[in-house]
Design a protein around this ligand. Structure first.
Ligand code: FES
Length: 233
């Protein structure tokens, strides 16, 4: 079976502007978009540039826009797409080359929310600090984020202001703020309660639709707002 892929190409510093290349290739029925991109790279054009690693929807590196929607290329089956498969880099991140975007500003936002447990009062221990099943359950829907960046790239508030922390960083903030062992809300409040923090979200839910792991970053952002208000920070 043959399929045609229309692939975004751009090499900053060399190309004046982006263009698209079309590749019509032989594919197998069970192939994903990533399998097709690999086939193009290995057999048709070795210069095609994109990120991938795990091929199992775990590392988050293959997020890209497929027929207008942010997806993981390694999870998106070709058979679920009718006609030409249009592959483009995620919007709003600077293109480094072809489908590969600069994720450093995304990870910089993540670092700003201090994505680690903060606890200055519990005595040091060489064992795990256990939670009850109920306490642990609060974290479901937060820890599963694979940091692919699809949600932040889909967020109109981020399009409007690139300094906005974005849904991924805020969901990760709630993973820690919502942890019963964490005491870091006030340490994180400067950034969470700032003009680039939780109040910039307009509850448009694009992030929910974009998330390949079916998470709900908007819920995480609303939960952070509740925490900040309840704790009067
Ligand atoms: S290659 Fe790891 S998520 Fe797709």
């Amino acid at each position: 079976m043959q399929r045609t892929l229309r692939v975004f190409r751009f090499q900053p510093g060399k190309d004046e502007k982006p263009h698209y290349d079309e590749f019509t290739i032989e594919v197998q029925p069970a192939w994903t978009v990533l399998d097709a991109l690999n086939a193009i790279k290995w057999h048709h054009d070795g210069t095609l540039t994109f990120r991938r690693s795990c091929r199992h929807g775990i590392c988050g590196s293959c997020a890209m826009m497929i027929n207008g929607k942010n997806e993981l290329a390694c999870e998106k089956q070709l058979k679920t797409i009718k006609g030409v498969v249009v592959v483009e880099p995620m919007k709003e991140y600077a293109v480094l080359r072809d489908l590969m975007v600069d994720m450093e500003p995304f990870f910089e936002k993540l670092r700003l929310v201090k994505p680690w447990l903060i606890n200055h009062t519990a005595p040091p221990t060489d064992k795990e600090r256990l939670q009850s099943p109920e306490e642990r359950k609060i974290l479901d829907g937060t820890w599963e984020c694979i940091l692919c960046g699809a949600c932040t790239s889909s967020c109109p508030a981020f399009w409007d202001n690139e300094s906005f922390l974005g849904p991924a960083a805020l969901l990760r903030a709630f993973r820690y703020v919502g942890d019963t062992r964490d005491e870091g809300l006030s340490e994180r409040a400067d950034i969470l309660d700032s003009k680039i923090g939780v109040w910039r979200c307009h509850s448009i839910f694009n992030c929910v639709e974009a998330c390949p792991k079916s998470l709900n970053p908007t819920w995480g952002i609303m939960s952070l707002r509740n925490k900040l208000l309840r704790e009067k920070i």
